[in-house]
Design a protein around this ligand. Structure first.
Ligand code: FES
Ligand SMILES: [Fe+2]
Length: 370
C-alpha cells in the first residue's frame, strides 16, 4: 500500500511533533506527502498551515513567530507577510495601516490540536477521535517521552511488527528474545470499534541489566502483553511483569506508538512510555535507553523490508504468511474495510503501472514498397 495515495488517511489525526519543539519557533513537517509548517498561535496552541507562502511560494517554516503586535502570527522570512492560524495574511509590512489586505490572500490551514504533549494534525475533517491514553499525567503513573524519530519504513510494516511475537527470538535475540523458544505464544484477539485487542503471555530473557526495568530477579521472566490496535496507525502495548513477591503489583510498562506517515517510504515514530513505578525504582533515562536498544533492533530489520506492504490479501504470491501473522492479517482486514467504506481500494506500485496495452508504442503502419 502506498500510504499517501489513500485519501482516507487525510481524515485522521496524526501525532506530528512534541510541543516543546514548537516553543523554539515554526517547524516544517511532511505529513502524507504534504509539506506543512507548525507554529504556536497567540494562545500557545499549535497551528498547521501549508508550508508555502501565497506571495512568492517561500517556505513559511523558514520564517519566525515575532513578539509584540504580531505575537502568535507566523511571519514569512522573504518579505515579512504574516499569517494567523486560519492561514489568512493579516499583515503586509510594505502596506500602510489603512490599506486593506484582500481576503483571498491566504494559504491552506489544517486541523491542529494539542494532546499528550504533541501537536496532532488532520489534513481534512477528522472522522475519528485521537485514541484515549488514560495514563497520561495520571496519578500513580510516570509519563516519559521516549522517541520522535524518522524510520525508513511504512506504518503497515511498523504496525505488523508491533503485534508480531514471532520475531523476538531473532530480531531481539541480543536483548529480551529467548533464542531457543522460537514458537510464539498464541494471541487472544478481540474486535473493537477502533481496531482490536490482542492479549498473550510471552517468555522474556531478563539479564541483570534489565532487572530494574522488570522489577523481577529471575533470568527468564514473563510479560503479560495487552496490545491494542487503533485505526489507522496507532497502537498501545501494556506489558505487565510478574509481581516481585505475590503481593505488590508487577511493573507496568505501557507504550503508546503513533506510526505517522511522512511519505510512502518513511514514518515518524512517536513513542510515549507510562510506568507505574518511581524514578527511584528505575530512572527514566534507563527506561529510554532500554527501549532505544530494542527499537533499534526493530528499526534495522524494518528498514530492510519493502515499505509497499501487501494490504489486500487477495493479491496472492507477493508475500506469504504463517499462523502467528494473525494480528497483522487482522490489521489488513481492518484497513481494507476502512478503504471500502470510503470507496477506495488498495493502491500499490503494481496498480500504478500502466497496462501493457496502454504503454505499448503506437503502431505505425508500414507500407510494402512498390
Ligand atoms: S514570499 Fe512570503 S512574503 Fe514574499
Ligand atoms: Fe520488535
Amino acid at each position: 500500500m502506498l500510504t499517501t495515495r489513500q485519501p482516507i488517511f487525510r481524515k485522521f489525526w496524526h501525532a506530528v511533533m512534541p510541543l516543546s519543539q514548537l516553543a523554539e519557533g515554526p517547524k516544517p513537517f511532511t505529513l502524507l506527502g504534504e509539506n506543512i509548517v507548525l507554529f504556536l498561535d497567540e494562545h500557545g496552541q499549535p497551528a498547521a498551515l501549508k508550508d508555502r507562502c501565497c506571495h512568492r511560494t517561500a517556505r513559511l517554516s523558514k520564517g519566525w513567530c515575532p513578539d509584540g503586535a504580531l505575537k502568535g502570527r507566523l511571519q514569512c522570512g522573504y518579505h515579512g507577510w504574516a499569517y494567523d492560524r486560519s492561514g489568512r495574511v493579516v499583515h503586509i509590512p510594505q502596506y500602510g495601516a489603512d490599506k486593506p489586505i484582500p481576503a483571498d490572500y491566504c494559504t491552506p490551514a489544517y486541523h491542529c490540536t494539542a494532546r499528550y504533549g504533541y501537536a496532532w494534525v488532520a489534513l481534512e475533517n477528522p472522522i475519528a477521535d485521537i485514541p484515549s491514553v488514560p495514563e497520561f499525567e495520571a496519578p500513580g503513573w510516570r509519563t516519559i517521552f521516549q522517541f520522535h524519530e524518522t524510520w525508513d519504513t511504512s506504518p503497515m510494516r511498523a504496525l505488523e511488527n508491533s503485534f508480531d511475537n514471532s520475531h523476538f527470538s531473532f530480531v531481539h535475540r541480543a536483548t529480551f528474545g529467548v533464542a531457543d523458544q522460537p514458537r510464539p505464544s498464541r494471541y487472544e484477539l478481540v474486535d473493537t470499534d477502533e481496531g482490536f485487542h490482542a492479549e498473550t503471555v510471552i517468555a522474556a530473557a531478563n539479564p541483570e541489566r534489565f532487572r530494574a526495568v522488570s522489577g523481577v530477579d529471575d533470568a527468564v521472566t514473563t510479560r503479560h502483553m495487552r496490545n491494542a490496535y487503533f485505526l489507522p496507525f496507532s497502537r498501545r502495548l501494556d506489558i505487565e511483569y510478574p509481581s516481585p513477591d505475590g503481593v505488590r503489583p508487577g511493573r507496568r510498562h505501557v507504550i503508546i506508538n503513533c506510526f505517522t506517515p511522512i511519505d510512502d517510504g518513511r514514518i515518524q515514530l512517536c513513542q510515549w512510555l507510562f510506568r507505574n513505578d518511581t524514578e527511584a525504582d528505575c530512572p527514566a533515562q534507563a527506561l529510554i535507553d532500554f527501549d532505544a536498544e530494542i527499537t533499534r533492533e526493530d528499526k534495522d530489520i524494518l528498514e530492510s523490508t519493502d515499505p509497499d506492504a501487501v494490504v489486500d490479501t487477495r493479491r496472492r504470491g507477493v508475500e506469504f504468511s504463517m499462523d502467528s501473522d494473525r494480528p497483522g492479517m487482522l490489521i489488513r482486514k481492518k484497513l481494507m474495510e476502512l478503504l471500502a467504506r470510503h470507496g477506495e481500494s488498495e493502491v500499490h506500485r503494481g496498480s500504478l503501472q500502466p497496462s501493457p496495452a496502454a504503454s505499448a508504442a503506437p503502431v505505425i503502419p508500414i507500407r510494402a514498397a512498390g
